[in-house]
Design a protein around this ligand. Structure first.
Ligand SMILES: [Zn+2]
Ligand SMILES: [Zn+2]
Ligand SMILES: [Zn+2]
Length: 237
């Protein structure tokens, strides 16, 4: 008889089975263990003090600061955000596809119902509404009623593109494509009277080639230097 046979044999004993079941019943359920990790006297949100204290999650948190809880093996629900579990326990199932929005902007808060301290802190909203309620650029831009040049974003003046994700002011779009007058060219600079080494551009000293001028004295100097480097002797000046 091996160990699993022994376990099966024990489990067939009604007295042993009743004792085991009593032990499981005595163990606090996952719901009690869950609420033991909730501090109902958490901080009051600064931007909305009328909401009252948060129910702070004191257990494990996800990277984003949301409480995370594993209720255990079935029939308990799978591991989920603590704010979602609290909502499911006290209010009911969260409608399909909806997110729980934190009115208090405290990710670790799990207060789904109103009490004498104030209203609920979490409520189910669509993902779109959740984004628009926050401080993300999408939320900041969505409340704008005029473009940066002051044209209104009304039906006639708004160009919507990217499957409805972006919008643009039609007036500004038109202005961006209008032909603009060219900037006039600056007047040509007066010709220099001396080369960079200070020789005068007199007719005898000036060489003209393909529209440009060169100083003959400097060319002579460069040629002498080239000779000196190549042949090691200095030609007569
Ligand atoms: Zn809260
Ligand atoms: Zn505009
Ligand atoms: Zn020169």
């Amino acid at each position: 008889m091996n160990l699993s046979d022994a376990a099966r044999k024990r489990w067939q004993n009604p007295a042993y089975r009743a004792k085991q079941r009593a032990a499981v019943a005595r163990k606090p359920g996952w719901q009690e263990r869950f609420w033991a990790k909730v501090d109902k006297h958490g901080p009051v949100p600064e931007h909305r003090p009328e909401l009252g204290s948060c129910w702070s999650w004191t257990g494990a948190k996800s990277r984003h600061g949301h409480g995370w809880y594993n209720p255990g093996s079935p029939p308990a629900p799978p591991p989920t955000g603590a704010h979602r579990l609290a909502y499911m326990l006290l209010v009911g199932p969260i409608p399909e596809g909806l997110k729980l929005d934190h009115l208090c902007r405290n990710s670790a808060c799990v207060k789904p119902i109103a009490n004498e301290q104030g209203p609920a802190h979490t409520e189910p909203v669509t993902q779109r509404e959740n984004v628009l309620r926050g401080n993300a650029p999408a939320a900041v831009n969505a409340v704008k009623t005029h473009c940066i040049r002051g044209h209104p974003f009304d039906a006639a003046n708004t160009y919507v593109y990217g499957k409805g994700r972006h919008r643009r002011c039609r007036t500004c779009k038109r202005l961006a494509w209008r032909p603009r007058p060219r900037r006039p060219r600056p007047p040509p600079k007066p010709l220099k009277t001396h080369c960079i080494h200070g020789h005068a551009f007199t007719p005898e000293n000036t060489m003209i080639y393909s529209g440009a001028r060169a100083c003959r004295e400097c060319r002579r100097r460069n040629a002498r230097e080239w000779h000196r480097r190549k042949y090691g002797w200095k030609p007569r000046v």
